[in-house]
Write a protein that binds this ligand. Structure first.
Ligand code: IPD
Ligand code: CA
Ligand code: CA
Length: 266
């Protein structure tokens, strides 16, 4: 079911969360990056621990969210034989505010495709993981965990309103086509909620590659379909924000895309 590499990546995410992240939950102080987003010393410490431990599994460089963009770009362009891409804490705003919903996201990428994806939620001890072509799992249980909604009107939608075109945001707020809407504040875990069919459809106006690399493989291996808002495939590169549209299966994705396209999404 799971290769030794995948098991070791899950173990690494769990151990870094237990040893480095969780002891400092509720005490970490917020710092602001140049772009206005938050980080803490715990994000940096977790990134360092992953940079040290992941190459013991596959000896390739680790590109982390908290590195300078110039370093990320150089690593990305020099990585011809595979590269790790990590978000040491996805959901830092939740983490610093004491909201118990954040995760560790790890992807291993070869030839521009994610081969392994792991997202670990330390609060629930839930490890979501996938290897390309081998299905997706949550703590050993095959994903999805339930049948997704049959139609958009019955769907629970993950929608993060920031960076969504204004006309589309207004339409989503005033003419919502789904049953109910959520925004949990950790995009990596939101992708995994699609994989588990806890969410049926998902929309985010602009994610970085470490937000979606691991989760998009896990969701795809669970049967989800995704694209950018214009219908093109997601593209990975540091420094680039990618809008994402996801459905837990092909039919939901199509119904969601059609609605978005006809309400200002293109
Ligand atoms: C953020 C979270 C959040 C999403 C933001 C991301 P971070 O990641 O995934 O849910 O809406 O766009 O930047 O900064 O907590 O790693
Ligand atoms: Ca993130
Ligand atoms: Ca982060």
């Amino acid at each position: 079911m799971s290769t030794p590499e995948l098991i070791r990546i899950v173990d690494t995410a769990r151990s870094v969360a237990r040893e480095v992240i969780m002891p400092r939950f509720l005490t970490a102080k917020r710092n602001q990056k140049d772009d206005g987003s938050l980080f803490t010393v715990v994000d940096l410490a977790a990134q360092e621990a992953l940079i040290e431990r992941l190459p013991r599994i596959i000896d390739r460089p680790v590109l982390g969210e908290e590195m300078p963009e110039s370093v990320q770009l150089r690593m990305w362009h020099e990585a011809t034989d595979g590269i790790w891409c990590i978000d040491p804490i996805d959901g830092t705003t939740n983490f610093v505010n004491g909201i118990p919903f954040f995760g560790v996201a790890i992807a291993y990428i070869e030839e521009g495709r994610v081969r392994y994806g792991v997202v670990y939620n330390p609060m629930t001890d839930e490890a979501f993981y996938a290897e390309q072509g081998c299905g997706a799992f949550l703590n050993g249980a095959a994903l999805p965990l339930r049948d997704p909604a049959h139609h958009l009107m019955d769907a629970v939608a993950g929608v993060d309103f920031k960076r969504i075109p204004k006309a589309l945001g207004d339409a989503l707020a005033t003419q919502s086509p789904f049953y109910s809407q959520r925004n949990f504040g950790s995009s990596a875990l939101e992708w995994c909620f699609i994989a588990a069919a806890r969410l049926d459809v998902y929309l985010h106006g602009g994610q970085m590659m470490w937000d979606f690399a691991a989760g998009s493989l896990i969701a795809a291996e669970a049967g989800a379909r995704c694209s950018m808002l214009d219908g093109e495939p997601l593209t990975m590169a540091p420094g680039q924000k990618t809008p994402v549209v996801v459905g837990a299966n092909a039919a939901l994705y199509q119904e969601w895309m059609d609605w978005l396209a006809s309400h200002g999404g293109r």
